[in-house]
Design a protein around this ligand. Structure first.
Ligand code: GDP
Ligand code: FE
Ligand code: FE
Ligand code: FE
Length: 193
């Protein structure tokens, strides 16, 4: 019998081996913030911890690894027009399943959606990981304290806050915006209007 704490430690070692120290520490902080948000929202803390820990597992892989997985697992070929920012969630979830042996569909779904968010039907666990990634205690962007307060009051309001600000930031930088990010924003904007 392996306990959850033992499983988490094993996965933690594997995540650490694939990431720079800075990004590994970010993953640990996302894990902790995801546990906090799971508690506040009466969700499974173990799922939140594991999803937060692994969410950026694939972030430092070479492009060719992602391109190989897109072909091998018949993922949307349009993904090839994007980059690591988008790949590490959508394609990274496949690597997490194959390489870390995490099969829980709720955890994999949360990883898939952690960068782009998803529409109003987004799962509570996916909302928690999406917000923990944005709000973990190492984040220092202007407005982070306000974003933390809003999210403590309402996870949904936090999701919309992040989508609004990320979209505005990407557009301000003249960056291409992944269609799912726009679609997610539109659904939440209608929901809150
Ligand atoms: P991180 O992996 O912890 O750095 O955080 P995320 O996975 O949330 O985001 C990764 C990067 O993707 C960040 O620089 C975001 O600004 C960027 N990003 C988020 N959504 C989009 C999008 O729709 N299009 C593009 N091009 N970049 C995005
Ligand atoms: Fe990420
Ligand atoms: Fe994020
Ligand atoms: Fe992250």
């Amino acid at each position: 019998m392996t306990t959850f704490a033992e499983e988490l430690k094993t996965i933690e070692e594997k995540v650490k081996a694939h990431l720079s120290d800075g990004r590994f520490q970010h993953c640990l902080r996302v894990k902790d913030y995801a546990i906090k948000l799971a508690k506040e929202n009466h969700l499974d803390e173990e799922q939140a911890a594991l999803a937060g820990l692994v969410h950026d597992y694939a972030k430092e892989r070479p492009a060719e690894d992602f391109l190989k997985v897109i072909d091998q697992f018949d993922l949307d070929p349009d993904l090839k027009n994007w980059n690591r920012s988008i790949w590490h969630g959508v394609v990274g979830a496949v690597m997490i399943r194959e390489e870390l042996g995490i099969n829980d569909p709720a955890i994999l779904d949360a990883v898939v959606n952690h960068t782009t968010g998803d529409g109003v039907a987004m799962s509570p666990l996916a909302k928690v990981v999406f917000m923990a990634d944005y709000l973990e205690t190492g984040r220092t962007f202007p407005g982070v304290e306000e974003a933390r307060k809003i999210t403590d009051q309402s996870l949904d309001a936090g999701v919309f806050y992040q989508l609004k600000h990320t979209l505005a930031f990407l557009a301000d930088q003249g960056n291409p915006i992944y269609p799912k990010t726009v679609a997610s924003y539109n659904e939440w904007a209608r929901h809150f209007s």
